[in-house]
Design a protein around this ligand. Structure first.
Ligand code: GTP
Ligand code: MG
Length: 451
């Protein structure tokens, strides 16, 4: 077994349909910690929240559990929609070690719920399903922060039956998606059966149970993935490229392996040659208690995996969201530049043969789109990160075959000059923030053309 001290924190991505309660769930995990005087223990990262193991165990109401866990804590990542997950790519896979899929038990499955499940299936990422908003079930009597079994026992027979009915709808939907699932306390083998935890992110009911299941999954994950460590040269993924007042272009990154220090030379993927630069500053959000400071950020001298951090450095314009970032030394620089270039090239497609054009907001979503279209044997002429530009429009309009004179855009904007041009042209444009919808829409269009 690896040295416990060097184990890095597992990364947990919170996914699910808009408004189903991802952020509220995380707020609750954070908030109950603050209420119990552990606020300082919770670390707010760029795009992520780290909850140390002691805080998690304290919520489980069983101190004996402490020694059972070797993980240092959990790093939760929350961004709107399922978006974060595809951005959080790493070569050949997903960066998130575990996931939480949040579904509103009253609304049931929605497009981004399906999308989340498809992505997780493809990457074989272990996850738990949270059936949220149980407090909205008619007649529910809330019991703040209680584990699910305890609050369930206190409900009337009618309410219990209502919950079970809704829960079985969720389990049935999961089954339709190819997952065997059950209420988590009825699951004996979490490697074979998905656990579904009924929760209210509002009242905190069921939250201890979610943490418990996650820790169980994390232990399993760590046993299989001890190669990740908190020492060694830093490796991460660019979550977002952002302009910040006074700082210029900055990168929000998630470091998933090793250590990153101020002054380190880093290599980052871009559309052209990889960027080589020196880290000028590593920035973290300020705590609430430091609110009198002008700046939202404070400097740190180093970060270790897993962590979220903002990087300020010269020459970051043109960096790609979803691209790798790696610390290099004089000896490793050339090799790392070549590595990152080939990784970006693997995802991008730029050929002259027949096919459609795909544009996406990040490298990860582009990769996912290309995969879905290729799976259905739809030829792709060009796949690139970026908004739909005038040049793209002109290029697509030169294709004569209507089924290939197509631009598919995921989470991208159409530039105004491109829009004007497209209105006058024969080019068909599909945009959406749901991947499988783009594939379906395109296939429907092809069918219509062939009739
Ligand atoms: P996006 O970030 O937009 O994708 O949404 P989200 O999944 O983060 O949802 P969010 O946490 O913002 O919650 C959406 C709405 O549902 C808010 O008005 C919450 O107050 C409400 N909500 C979330 N969880 C619960 C719950 O357990 N019970 C009830 N009654 N309302 C909830
Ligand atoms: Mg949210």
């Amino acid at each position: 077994m690896a040295d416990k001290k060097n184990l890095r924190t597992p990364i947990v991505c919170v996914m699910g349909h808009v408004d189903h309660g991802k952020t509220t769930l995380l707020d609750k995990i954070r908030g109950t910690a603050i209420a119990s005087g552990e606020a300082g223990a919770i670390t707010q990262h760029i795009g992520a929240t780290e909850v140390p193991i002691d805080v998690i165990v304290s919520k489980l109401r069983d101190p004996k559990l402490r020694d059972r866990f070797i993980v240092p804590g959990l790093l939760f990542i929350d961004t709107p929609g399922h978006h974060a997950f595809t951005t959080l790519r790493s070569r050949g896979g997903a960066l998130a070690d575990l996931a939480v899929v949040v579904v509103d038990i009253n609304e049931g499955f929605k497009p981004q719920t399906y999308e989340s499940l498809q992505i997780l299936k493809r990457f074989r990422t272990p996850f738990v399903v949270v059936a949220n908003k149980i407090d909205k079930i008619g007649g529910w009597v809330p019991h703040k922060d209680l584990p699910f079994a305890a609050t369930f026992k206190k409900q009337s027979g009618d309410v219990q039956a209502r919950l079970e009915t809704k829960l079985y709808e969720v389990i049935g939907e999961l089954y339709n998606q190819g997952f065997s699932a059950d209420r988590y306390d009825r699951v004996t083998n979490f490697q074979k059966t998905l656990g579904v935890v009924p929760v209210s992110a509002f009242t905190g009911e069921g939250i201890p149970d979610v943490l418990m299941v996650l820790l169980g999954l994390a232990q399993k994950f760590l046993e299989a993935n001890l190669r990740y460590s908190a020492t060694g040269p830093g490796v991460g993924t660019v979550l977002e490229v952002k302009e910040e007042k006074g700082l210029g272009t900055t990168l929000d990154i998630i470091l998933y392996d090793g250590t990153l220090k101020k002054g380190d030379t880093v290599v980052i993927g871009s559309l052209g040659e990889p960027i080589q630069t020196k880290v000028r500053a590593l920035l973290k959000p300020r705590e609430l208690s430091e609110i009198h400071y002008e700046s939202k950020f404070k400097q740190v001298s180093k970060v270790t995996a897993a962590a979220g951090v903002k990087i300020s450095a010269p020459g970051l314009e043109g960096a790609l969201a979803g691209s790798p970032i790696r610390v290099a030394t004089e000896e490793t620089l050339d090799e790392i530049v070549a590595q990152i270039k080939s990784e970006i090239d693997e995802v991008r497609i730029d050929t002259d043969s027949e096919g459609i054009m795909i544009k996406a907001d990040t490298l990860g979503s582009l990769e996912a789109l290309v995969h879905e279209f290729q799976k259905d044997e739809i030829p792709i002429r060009k796949a690139e990160v970026g908004d739909i530009s005038h040049r793209d429009a002109v290029e697509a309009s030169t294709v004569e075959d209507p089924i290939y004179s197509v631009i598919v855009g995921f989470n991208v904007k159409v530039h105004p000059d491109a829009r004007d041009f497209l209105q006058e042209s024969n080019v068909k444009v599909f945009t959406s923030d749901v991947i499988y919808r783009l594939v379906e829409d395109y296939q429907k269009y092809v069918k219509e053309q062939q009739e």
